[in-house]
Design a protein around this ligand. Structure first.
Ligand SMILES: Cc1cc2nc3c(=O)[nH]c(=O)nc-3n(C[C@H](O)[C@H](O)[C@H](O)COP(=O)(O)O)c2cc1C
Length: 358
């Protein structure tokens, strides 16, 4: 388990913050990157229909900071010429890698031929990949689900085709489109992809503990691991993973640091967006961060009913003081069943309009 390369870009450590629409924005990516252990960050998926029509939100989504490098922009869409144009724009803003979304299950994205819809139309996907390759010089990567449905699992064939098209890294979320987020990711299929191609392959799905991550990594033999929802629950998960890979004891943040990370996130949000949006982002992160923790449910309730910056700050202080007294704040309480946040289907109505090209 060592760093791998996407062409000449070292993914070191081989741990990737998985793209999440509405989550992995400029603020969240830097928050996680600063905790350490992250080898690659990826933007939220960005609509090429929005991007190529000058939609300000889509352009904003490509913004990144030098501290984030290496940085990948992920685009989605179903039309080869638009995908090539969007890819070119990502290269122009200085992205290190261009990633194509071939996994989003949201009906509006799929209906327009993008996301996991491309798994049903490998010929169209091939056309898209070839068009993008002609348009950019930075490496092209692909993020896939295992198939459209259980009866049409085709990830191995699609990965082989992508390799032929010049794709330089395959990332597999081990679920079908039909599965959504139900059940567990199928790491056996991820292993089969790794065996079938010679470019690097990274696996993804349900990694919320170092133990489970190490187990799946060993079993599948992948080059890298993507972690999505687990990073919202535990922003130090990458650093802890890196520690274990290096034979060290995994880092254990204390209570003060846990509180500090929430406050750092809130401050960064307030510096970047209107207060009302920052409040929403804070509720989203704190909601995941405190799942399974003692008093977490009550804390989330108070947060959901907070309507100002001061109210949020007061509630955070009260919560941390209370758990400090009880000394019960403990990661071990977090269960997989708590990871029930919705997928990219939860992305904003603005993006939905872009996705359908209106
Ligand atoms: C809220 C949310 C938004 C997501 N948005 C995207 C996205 O924009 N692009 C993408 O490729 N995958 C997206 N995904 C899928 C994740 O990247 C990842 O494949 C999936 O959550 C499984 O990994 P995990 O179990 O580590 O979370 C999203 C998932 C969630 C929960």
């Amino acid at each position: 388990m060592k760093p791998f390369f996407v062409r000449d870009i070292a993914i070191d450590p081989p741990l990737i913050l998985s793209p999440m629409a509405g989550v992995t924005d400029y603020v969240f990516r830097r928050l996680i990157k600063r905790r350490g252990g992250v080898g690659l960050v990826v933007s939220e998926f960005i609509s090429v229909e929005g991007l190529t029509r000058g939609n300000p939100k889509s352009k904003r989504q490509m913004r990144f900071d030098e501290e984030e490098r290496p940085f990948a922009v992920q685009i989605f869409g179903g039309r080869p010429e638009r995908m090539a144009m969007g890819a070119e724009m990502a290269e122009e803003v200085g992205a290190d890698i261009l990633d194509v979304n071939c996994g989003c299950p949201a009906p509006k994205v799929v209906k327009n031929g993008g996301g996991s819809g491309l798994l049903r139309e490998p010929d169209r996907l091939e056309e898209i990949l070839k068009a993008i390759k002609r348009a950019i010089s930075i490496p092209l990567t692909l993020k896939l689900r295992t198939g459209y449905s259980d009866s049409s699992i085709n990830v191995v064939d699609v990965a082989k085709m992508a390799e032929q098209c010049g794709v330089e890294h395959i990332q597999v979320h081990g679920r079908t489109r039909e599965q959504g987020y139900k059940g567990l990711a199928n790491w056996e299929l991820i292993r089969q992809v790794k065996e079938a191609v010679s470019i690097p392959v990274s696996g993804n799905g349900d990694i919320t503990s170092i133990e489970y991550g190490m187990e799946k990594w060993r079993e599948s033999g992948v080059n890298g691991i993507l972690i999505g929802r687990g990073a919202m629950q535990n922003p130090w998960i990458f650093r802890q993973f890196e520690d274990v890979l290096a034979g060290r004891e995994p880092y254990r943040p204390d209570l003060a640091e846990k509180k500090a990370v929430l406050l750092e996130f809130f401050e960064m949000c307030l510096g970047e967006m209107p207060e009302i949006v920052a409040l929403g982002k804070m509720k989203q992160l704190a909601g995941q961060f405190t799942k399974g923790l003692p008093g977490g449910a009550a804390f989330r309730q108070t947060l959901y009913h907070s309507h100002s910056e001061q109210e949020i700050l007061d509630n955070i202080s009260t919560y941390f003081e209370s758990i400090e007294k009880r000394n019960l704040f403990d990661d071990s309480c977090v269960k997989d069943s708590d990871l029930e946040i919705t997928s990219c289907e939860a992305f904003s109505s603005e993006t939905r309009s872009e996705a359908v090209g209106v």
